[in-house]
Ligand binder design. Structure first.
Ligand code: PMP
Length: 303
């Protein structure tokens, strides 16, 4: 088998990522009844693997999903997917779907056998590199983020209907991507990333309606290390409109500068100094081995 384009673990077997399949009857597909997490490998090492496993475990508990493997086993499976692929830079997803009911026609989630899928594919940037370079243009979506009381944003989920509508709006408006406000007008997050603003030298990120991003956590830690004041706070579109700088954070991209939010152009349309400092220190810390677990590329067995 050719694992060079990625390796997946599905139904208890390791297969090339493109061959891993899921039933059309799986509730993950028909109901978005699924959770996932994404961790990355850079230069042959996982970044914050245990933090991602811990968040995945919290998400599983939150949705009352129990995969057929333990958390430690899932960590090893992820390691083996990367080893099999040989990828030095990889996007590694772990997914647990509700699966299918054991009893045909049952509508009871309790009757389902939950399914685990893990895969490692080549690195992906949520915002393309050339766009990151000039600073992304963000659109403030008119569609509100789904209510946290209905879909808990701290549980990583594929309820992306609102985010996808935001993306279409953004592209129609000529922007690169979107940020969504909640029904009360507070800033939340975007399709695949948390957001930050910089104002009067202070770094701020929304306190509600967001996934507790691991990159967001890393940026807050980096601010502490670099002596940059940082705070988690309620933010409104007025805060966006008066921001000196803005950036997005995600596992699949790191710190991604923004140069325009709605009509507000920041820093003469270029990424800001604090954003660039955090971006470069994020990758510098990676190189220095910060929060890393090296991949053992010798484990290439598929059984
Ligand atoms: N919010 C949403 C909705 C996301 O999908 C992601 C991507 N995982 C993030 C935030 C960023 O989280 P992290 O830094 O852990 O990748």
């Amino acid at each position: 088998a050719d694992f060079s384009k990625g390796a997946a673990f599905s139904d208890g077997k390791f297969v090339p990522a493109g061959e891993a399949a899921i039933s059309v009857l799986d509730w993950g597909f028909t109901r978005s009844d699924v959770t996932y997490d994404v961790v990355h490998v850079r230069d042959g090492a996982f970044f914050r693997l245990q933090d991602h496993l811990d968040r995945f475990e919290r998400s599983l508990k939150g949705l009352r999903l129990s995969p057929p493997s333990s958390m430690a086993e899932i960590g090893e499976i992820a390691m083996r997917c990367v080893a099999l692929s040989g990828l030095r830079d990889s996007y590694v997803a772990m997914i647990c779907t509700r699966g299918r009911p054991r009893i045909f026609g049952s509508r009871r989630p309790q009757d389902c056998d939950n399914k685990l899928i893990v895969y490692a594919i080549p690195w992906i940037d949520v915002i393309p590199l050339d766009v990151q370079e000039r600073g992304a243009h963000l659109h403030i979506a008119s569609v509100p983020r789904i209510a946290s009381a209905s879909i808990d944003p701290t549980i990583k989920n594929y309820h992306w209907g609102d985010l996808t509508r935001g993306l279409f709006e953004a592209h129609d408006a000529g922007a690169d991507t979107a940020v969504l406000l909640d029904a009360e007008g507070f800033v939340t997050e975007g399709p695949g990333f948390n957001v930050f603003i910089v104002k009067d030298g202070e770094v701020l990120t929304p306190d509600r309606g967001v996934l507790e991003g691991i990159t967001r956590r890393s940026v807050l830690e980096l601010c502490g290390m670099l002596g940059i004041p940082a705070r988690i706070a309620p933010l409104t579109s007025d805060d966006l409109a008066s921001a000196d700088e803005m950036f997005c954070t995600t596992t699949a991209g790191g710190v991604m500068p923004v140069s325009r939010i709605g009509d507000h152009i920041m820093g003469n349309g270029r990424p800001g100094g604090v954003s660039l400092r955090l971006k470069s220190s994020y990758w510098k810390q990676h190189k220095a081995g910060w929060h890393q677990t090296p991949v053992d590329y010798s484990i290439k067995t598929t059984s």
